[in-house]
Design a protein around this ligand. Structure first.
Ligand code: ADP
Length: 406
């Protein structure tokens, strides 16, 4: 018996049977039949030459065409197709030949299929990995573009809002000035209202500008000697009105390091801690307690701002430091600075983080969770590097301190 000739004889039945069992629909079947003919041709070459690698190019083509409908119909993968074809071959040789010849023919095609199955498994795995990798890269690029457009939007919007804001601010101040001494005090009260609104808008626009500076790594720090105790005292004074209105206590607990001179940007550091304290006021019920404390660590000073407020859920602890990360319930959004749970635009913590990180420090929060009735509280930790050297050599010589490395 000549094996290639026998294989050629069963070819039409083999193609028909495989097409019928694997492809649904006339159009699909026709296309699939072409593929089966191509495969069979290569199978013959492989058997004749004794080199199973003849089928490799077609297998590669199949593996890398994940949407090829004829093969993928019913989500069939290449290994399943090969298995099905092997089974058909077995059925046909058993039906048409005596058992001796059947074993011989089957023995000749088996190594080709074994080789094919191994190849298909490997290349399917590789193509799947490549597909997932490229999908992942695409999603990442999309996220980056989105983040970039968010940051572009902030910087354009902030810039666009600034000009009209300055006009409204200036003209209302001028009208107010010109009405001074006027008995019609009603107009004065209205102008006061406009100016309050403008001040809040100004704060928002300034925050947007800061976020965009931080996003673009453009936050410029002006390093000067800073004493934390002075900074905290200033914050307490500034927040006194809100603390009294909410009948809350703010305790500043002395700790080693609080009186030590640090090199930092005082205005920016003030801004960061003020955001933490004003949040503590906002998210703590009336009569609650807020405590600023800290400790000295090797090379660092750690400041904690703790409150007896509503706390923060574990999942929110990750997102609140992202810009617009925590928008909360829009109905609770309030432009008031100290109203209980009066959510803002969600820029305070991202700015605080940007400032602290620009100083080489880090910020995080600890809270047992969010519970408005039990009020587990939140503790914000700020780690700041302590350096006795001014980062700016000019400033160092001005202060009579040896510049670093000098
Ligand atoms: P905003 O206060 O403008 O919403 P922030 O960036 O300052 O934005 O804060 C983000 C969110 O983090 C807040 O909306 C609030 O849900 C939560 N948060 C911040 N500080 C506290 C705190 N001390 N206690 C409870 N939740 C807080």
């Amino acid at each position: 018996m000549n094996i290639p000739d026998t294989l050629k004889e069963i070819r039409p039945a083999w193609v028909r049977r495989n097409a019928n069992s694997m492809a649904r629909g006339a159009g699909v079947r026709e296309n699939f039949q072409d593929q089966l003919e191509r495969f069979y041709e290569l199978l013959l070459q492989a058997v004749e030459s004794g080199d199973p690698a003849w089928i490799d190019p077609l297998l590669l083509e199949w593996c890398n065409a994940p949407t090829q409908s004829a093969l993928r119909e019913g989500d069939r993968n290449v290994s399943e197709v090969l298995n099905r074809m092997l089974l058909t071959t077995y059925e046909l040789v058993r039906e048409d030949l005596n058992s001796q010849d059947a074993m011989e023919v089957f023995g000749a095609v088996l190594p080709v299929f074994t080789h094919g199955l191994e190849k298909a498994a490997r290349c399917e795995l590789e193509s799947r990995i490549a597909f997932i990798t490229s999908d992942l890269a695409q999603s990442q690029a999309r996220m980056e573009r989105l983040d970039q457009s968010k940051s572009n939007f902030i910087s354009v919007a902030a810039h666009e809002l600034k000009t009209p804001l300055t006009l409204v601010e200036g003209y209302s101040a001028m009208i107010r000035e010109s009405l001074k001494g006027d008995p019609g005090r009603q107009a004065d009260a209205m102008l006061e209202g406009i100016q309050t609104g403008v001040r809040r808008l100004r704060t928002l626009v300034d925050d947007m500008v800061d976020v965009s500076l931080i996003d673009n790594n453009l936050l410029d720090l002006s390093f000067q000697p800073v004493w934390l105790n002075q900074l905290f005292a200033l914050i307490r004074n500034e927040q006194m009105g809100s603390l009294l209105a909410r009948r809350q206590t703010l305790t500043i607990q002395a700790f080693p390091g609080m009186e030590q001179m640090l090199f930092a940007d005082p205005e920016r550091l003030y801004q960061a801690f003020r955001n933490l304290v004003s949040n503590a006021i906002k998210y703590t019920p009336d009569e609650g307690r807020i405590t600023i404390s800290g400790r000295m660590l090797p090379g660092f000073v750690e400041v904690t701002v703790a409150d007896s407020g509503i706390g923060i859920s574990l999942e929110d602890q990750q997102v609140i430091f992202e810009k617009f990360g925590q928008l909360g319930d829009a109905a609770l959004h309030s432009s008031g600075k100290s109203k209980f749970k009066g959510g803002g635009p969600g820029l305070g913590l991202p700015i605080a983080r940007g400032i602290i990180e620009a100083h080489g420090g880090s910020i995080w929060v600890e809270s047992e969770g969010f519970d408005e009735s039990a009020c587990p509280g939140s503790t914000f930790h700020v780690l700041l590097p302590v350096s006795s050297e001014a980062p700016d050599p000019k400033l160092a010589s001005l202060l009579g301190i040896d510049p670093p490395g000098g």
